[in-house]
Design a protein around this ligand. Sequence first.
Ligand SMILES: Cc1cc2nc3c(=O)[nH]c(=O)nc-3n(C[C@H](O)[C@H](O)[C@H](O)COP(=O)(O)OP(=O)(O)OC[C@H]3O[C@@H](n4cnc5c(N)ncnc54)[C@H](O)[C@@H]3O)c2cc1C
Length: 420
Amino acid sequence: MSKGSKAIIIGSGPAGLAAALRLKEQNRNLQCALYELRKQPTTIGGAIGIMPNGMRLLARLGLYGKLTAHGSSAQVLTVHSVRGQVLAERPLVGDALQKTGFGYLRIKRTALMEVLLEAVKRENIPIHYDKRIISIKEENDQVHAIFSDGTVDSADFMLGCDGIHSAVRTLYVDPDRVPEYTGMAGLGGIVPLSESARATMKSLGVTLTEDGVFITAPCTARHDEVLWGLSREVPLPESGDVKDGWEVRRDEEVEHFKETATNLLKNGDGEWANLLKEIIESTEVVNFYPVHKLPPGRWARGRVLLLGDAAHAMPPHAGQGVSMALEDIFILARVLQSRGETTSFEAAFERVEDIRKPRIADVAARSVENGKARGKTTPLGLWAKEMVIWTSAQLSWFSGIFNFGIDEKHLQYDVDQEEI
Ligand SMILES: Cc1cc2nc3c(=O)[nH]c(=O)nc-3n(C[C@H](O)[C@H](O)[C@H](O)COP(=O)(O)OP(=O)(O)OC[C@H]3O[C@@H](n4cnc5c(N)ncnc54)[C@H](O)[C@@H]3O)c2cc1C
């Protein structure tokens, strides 16, 4: 990057904010301008798990202490049968904590965004809200962003960090690439956890049912709030994979969520199942998310590069979405820093794409594979699944057989070791 260059970043989710921070850290003369569609900082809610490979990068951004002060650092995964039997218990990230010094963090999205936004503010990076990009042009060694309110901004390069339905992708980089529904949807919420419940629900809990997987995870440092999520197969709305159809389905799912969840736990007995039922009963706000993924495709065109979900949204079942966005950003920063004056942005961005694509394909395949464990099954199928987990846990080779996304090589990976 030459002195005094400028970047336009479209989207101020985790990818956009972290990209601004990392690029600015590497080049104090870079000017960044963030443009966000929403009127103010908001998120889809819930709480996300950040894996060791992502936590390592958040530490390099100087945010580790602030994030761990907000989120839960519980490091155990417990798999339960709906009848309350503990089928397996193991370190959530295997040996990654010992080997890398970084573990797993479950944090409310609002807290993650607060920490990132605070850091962006400290760096005086402007965020322009309520801005809808309608056109992108390249002219005279600049890229121009044209917004629906008639304003235009120009820069040396542009980053599309605007999520799975990216306008930067559909307007300019790869217009034909559209998200695909995976057949799975999530339902869930965050509820306060009583003092007595905290002792039982102290780490990531996975409960197997015939109709999907029920997850519970404390998501604050004090463990006084828990995220619950039900991940299961949900058919496409009759009108297809369109917004209106999903809105009708969302209303139905939200209206009946207590019935759906309680029905899943109908065979549940004992302290664990009763606690799950209590959590559902006390839920006031519930979210419903159809899970989409992006087919592979182009990330870069000219002076424009897609990052994070805009480039490669994957199902959340490997818990790697935020970490993948962070890894993209760290590679981009290094590629730009080492770029000679004669290397075009186009060539630099293609290099980022080449470095990142094999890893993204690997992690995306893992997340799809993990999703299959959440599919519908018969009573016999559920019993067989429970037996496999229990037996594997007894034999201590649990992690290789049925591992809910725990893949040590992905967790220990350090993107800064990648040759650029
Ligand atoms: C149910 C669910 C659970 C998940 N759980 C996890 C988890 O446990 N761990 C994990 O790592 N990941 C998880 N993910 C994935 C994770 O949320 C994403 O990978 C991550 O948010 C990607 O960040 P991003 O900044 O690329 O995109 P986003 O978070 O989607 O942010 C995009 C931003 O761009 C804005 N925007 C959109 N369009 C425009 C536009 N036209 N102009 C300007 N701005 C625009 C949006 O308003 C938003 O602020 C989960 C996802 C879902 C749906």
